[in-house]
Design a protein around this ligand. Structure first.
Ligand SMILES: NC(=O)c1ccc[n+]([C@@H]2O[C@H](COP(=O)([O-])OP(=O)(O)OC[C@H]3O[C@@H](n4cnc5c(N)ncnc54)[C@H](OP(=O)(O)O)[C@@H]3O)[C@@H](O)[C@H]2O)c1
Length: 302
């Protein structure tokens, strides 16, 4: 079968690989759509040629796992970094059934971005009546985080890097859309940061007493620098880290993915698929994601 593998030079290319051999508890899914994440760019830049990639998939169950969705069921799932392929074996516990109303492309956009946003907000705790500041709000995770926080009753402030990157965020529930480094003049109870560097340093200044800062990324790859007065003016402040692939060791993600799919089906969550392309024409969409041109998710179709 065919799969996308690393080129060893920061890209991906199609290659012939062995078909999956499902372990007990795993289903084989015939992949129809695959969601790209910034993490795929990172992995492709770090691994030697020929490595398998890809976490986000949607498709049809071809071989069922005991207790999992039956053959022929449309599903989305979180693969173990081998999902960009015609077929992939995935633990049934990491799958969610897609209803007819949710297209494969929307399903494939959900696992990494949706689960990361969901777990980051869970780390933050109670959101009703709280003010949540989301940096990197124009990206895949950010756009879901804005929607989930607003749906949970938070007042959501979004920050982006450039004009146009925040397009649509107000409609998704952001009460305000600003730029990194903007002074935030109201107390922030929850800061969700994936940008790091100066954006995090500046946003931290708005965090209130007992505030929770959840760091789930460092897209700028700059050292974490907190303001000198990071703690005393905001007693009880906490800094938490979220890494999705540690969460998946602690719990199967199928139930939470099912929740996200349900919100999409109800029209309460839009996974923000901004661009789709056949996987045989990956290069332009790969470059667009790398160059911060995708306002949401990029999804490949197979
Ligand atoms: N901890 C985890 O388990 C986990 C899971 C998923 C993602 N992540 C990380 O979280 C971050 C966001 O992921 P994503 O999938 O949402 O990515 P994405 O869709 O590419 O979004 C990245 C966001 O970062 C902003 N950004 C700021 N500085 C940037 C820079 N120097 N280069 C590129 N983008 C920059 C971009 O918006 P502007 O152009 O408006 O600045 C964009 O909104 C990434 O760092 C990713 O690796 C971590």
């Amino acid at each position: 079968m065919r799969a996308l593998v690393t080129t060893g030079e920061g890209g991906l290319t199609l290659a012939t690989v062995d078909p999956p051999r499902p372990a007990p508890g795993e289903a084989v899914v015939a992949v129809t759509a695959a969601g790209l994440n910034r993490g795929d760019l990172t992995v492709a830049g770090a691994l030697p040629a020929g490595a398998r990639v890809g976490w986000d998939i949607a498709g049809v169950v071809e071989v069922a796992a005991d207790g999992g969705p039956p053959v022929g069921t449309r599903v989305t799932g979180l693969a173990g970094r081998d999902g960009f392929a015609e077929r992939v074996a995935i633990p049934a516990a990491h799958l969610a059934v897609l209803p007819d109303t949710v297209p494969d492309t929307a399903g494939a956009a959900l696992p990494v971005a949706g689960l990361t946003a969901l777990y980051a907000l869970r780390h933050a705790g109670w959101l009703l009546g709280r003010t949540v500041l989301v940096t990197g709000a124009g990206g895949g995770v950010g756009r879901v985080a804005v929607q989930l926080a607003a749906a949970a009753g938070a007042r959501v402030l979004a920050q982006v890097g450039a004009k146009g990157r925040g397009d649509g965020l107000a409609k998704l529930g952001a009460a305000g859309v600003g730029r990194y480094g903007d002074e935030v003049t109201e107390p922030v109870h929850v800061l969700l940061d994936s940008v790091g560097g100066d954006a995090l340093t500046a946003a931290w200044r708005a965090v209130a007493a007992d505030g929770v800062v959840v760091s789930y990324g460092n897209t700028t790859r700059a050292p974490l620098a907190l303001p000198l007065d990071w703690g005393r003016p905001r007693p009880g402040v906490s800094l938490r880290h979220l890494y999705l692939f540690q969460e998946t060791q602690r719990q199967p993600v199928g139930p939470d993915l099912t929740t996200l799919v349900g919100l999409v089906a109800q029209g309460r969550l839009d996974p923000q698929v901004a661009v789709t392309a056949p996987w045989t024409d990956l290069a332009p969409v790969w470059a667009a994601l790398r160059d911060r041109q995708v306002n949401g998710k990029a999804v490949l179709t197979l």
